[in-house]
Write a protein that binds this ligand. Sequence first.
Ligand code: PEP
Ligand code: MN
Length: 348
Amino acid sequence: MLVIQMEKQCSSLDVARVCDLLERRGRETKVVGGRKAPRIVTAGNGEEQEILAGLPGVEGLAVTKHPFPLASRETSPHEGVVDIAPGLAIGGGNMVVMAGPCAVESRSQILETARGVKAAGAKVLRGGAFKPRTNPYSFQGLGNEGIALMVEAREATGLPIVTEIMSTEDLEWLEPHVDIFQIGSRNMMNFSLLKAVGRADKPVLLKRGLMATVDEWLQAAEYILAGGNSRVILCERGIRSFDKSTRNTLDLSVVPLVKSLSHLPVIVDPSHGTGRRELIRPMSLAALAAGADGLIVEVHRDPETALSDGFQTLDIAAFDDLMQSISSLTQMLSTDEERRKCALKIAM
Ligand code: PEP
Ligand code: MN
């Protein structure tokens, strides 16, 4: 695949000239980004590189063998930083912990939990209003009312909010209310939903599919990037395996692996990844030691009464305790030398 970076001041004629040249040679082209410094993506291994490099408006070219050219480190070598909200970014050394209940259940539940996770040091509040439940008779979430309660919790705490979007129909009205769109594991291959959030002007937390390979996951991210939305955060949340002693098999090896393949920030969800409350702490620390840019943890003021996923949810005191350990660990990991050691180069 070839990515052609156009100059900031390039004209639409410059872009059309590049596309024309490629299309006359039978290549599909896709222009990504706005008028300023767009990128043109095309299949092929770069035979036209020399001619293209000489065309007006072309700043540079990058070739990659991977089917996710915009997500690839080969075309964007620097570790990416995703802006979440004013003063809050993730990636490139900025570690962010997101926490909150699996689902918004009531006003007092979300407000109390939000205040608790904020005091413990979380930087983003999670909470589902549209829940993708396996059983149609299980609690499906509060829907629009849940979003209104998340917005109220943001107002009360100042924490940006992340919540799952399940339908393209919800994109337009939901966008002004959320800070991060979550694409759940079950929807990682819902290509119309990926295209929809690709058009949005909000960051997207893209969970790894229940059975997705790394290649499939990064191609799902590519859908969002190709739509023009460059703010993608990847989330490892465990994959299905034969072993039922944990809900999923949390694949921490993908943290350094994906970070070597892609510039996108990677976070880990130890709640869904294990399905067991007592495993959240060791897996959180292991994820950060492996180089994760953050975590998303289920926390509830009273996990025993939670309407979903209570068994993989921490109470506020346990979350506070976890945050203290995280703080000691990240101080140790934050030296430049440690970061360099963690940034493995993995040949694929
Ligand atoms: C969630 O985070 O609420 C959720 C449903 O997660 P996943 O899509 O990873 O199962
Ligand atoms: Mn959950």
